[in-house]
Design a protein around this ligand. Structure first.
Ligand SMILES: C[S@@+](CC[C@H](N)C(=O)[O-])C[C@H]1O[C@@H](n2cnc3c(N)ncnc32)[C@H](O)[C@@H]1O
Length: 212
């Protein structure tokens, strides 16, 4: 298993390009669903050291618990500069770093909780990225993910496979990933999978790093 530099550059380019419209494009779904799901995602986060991967424009920042130190990374410099602006507006002391989740520049066992929302649909090789989460998370720590994935229903799933050809080229995310299976394939221990929507498309997932 190795990182595909072309695919990684493509993903970075897509998010650099879409950074300017990202918040506006997501505003309706953010208001209707994401805001309350983000609250749930972050309500169980324990510190002191927390890693957010794929921070994007910093939409999770309002939900960061007050008593933790957050390090946040993203592949896209343009998304990251918006996150920087949001951190400043909210008066948050967050370490924001340009980094690829497929090759995290942190020692093993660094973080008490690792969090991501809507990221593993875009990471070029999700298995490599998920393994990295397991590596940098402390053995007693927790990995908390909010993700969308391929529908359970076979016909809808096939439709998503077709639509994916477009979304991945135009925007960056894959809408047909099998993220729960990917988590298992990455060797993480699934603790809890909460269904948030019909057809199992949106899920809140809590996992533990594989016992080393
Ligand atoms: C759909 S956005 C989600 C952003 C944010 N987490 C949110 O909830 O709004 C996906 C984010 O993942 C980032 N990303 C994609 N691949 C990545 C990688 N290999 N390493 C780090 N970040 C990545 C993108 O740059 C983008 O900011």
């Amino acid at each position: 298993m190795s990182i595909d530099p072309e695919l990684t550059a493509h993903t970075r380019k897509r998010y650099d390009r879409n950074a300017v419209i990202y918040d506006i494009a997501e505003a309706p779904i953010e208001y209707l669903f994401y805001a309350s799901w983000r609250k749930r995602l972050w309500s169980g986060v324990k510190g002191p050291e927390v890693l957010e991967v794929g921070v994007g424009t910093g939409k999770n920042m309002p939900y960061y618990p007050p008593d933790v130190h957050v390090t946040a990374i993203d592949l896209s410099g343009k998304m990251l500069s918006r996150a920087r602006r949001r951190a400043k507006e909210l008066g948050l002391d967050v370490d924001l770093l340009l980094m690829d989740v497929q090759a995290l520049d942190f020692p093993s066992n660094t973080f008490d909780t690792v969090v991501a929302s809507f990221v593993f649909c875009s990471v070029p090789d999700p298995i490599i990225g998920l393994k990295e989460l397991g590596r940098v998370c402390r053995p007693e720590g927790e990995i908390r993910l909010l993700e969308h994935m391929r529908a359970r229903n076979a016909a809808l799933g096939r439709l998503m496979d077709i639509a994916n050809l477009l979304t991945v080229r135009a925007m960056g995310p894959n809408i047909n990933r099998r993220t729960v299976e990917n988590i298992e394939r990455a060797g993480l221990d699934l603790e809890r999978v909460e269904e948030l929507s019909i057809q199992g498309i949106f899920k809140l997932i809590v996992a533990k790093p594989a016992q080393r």
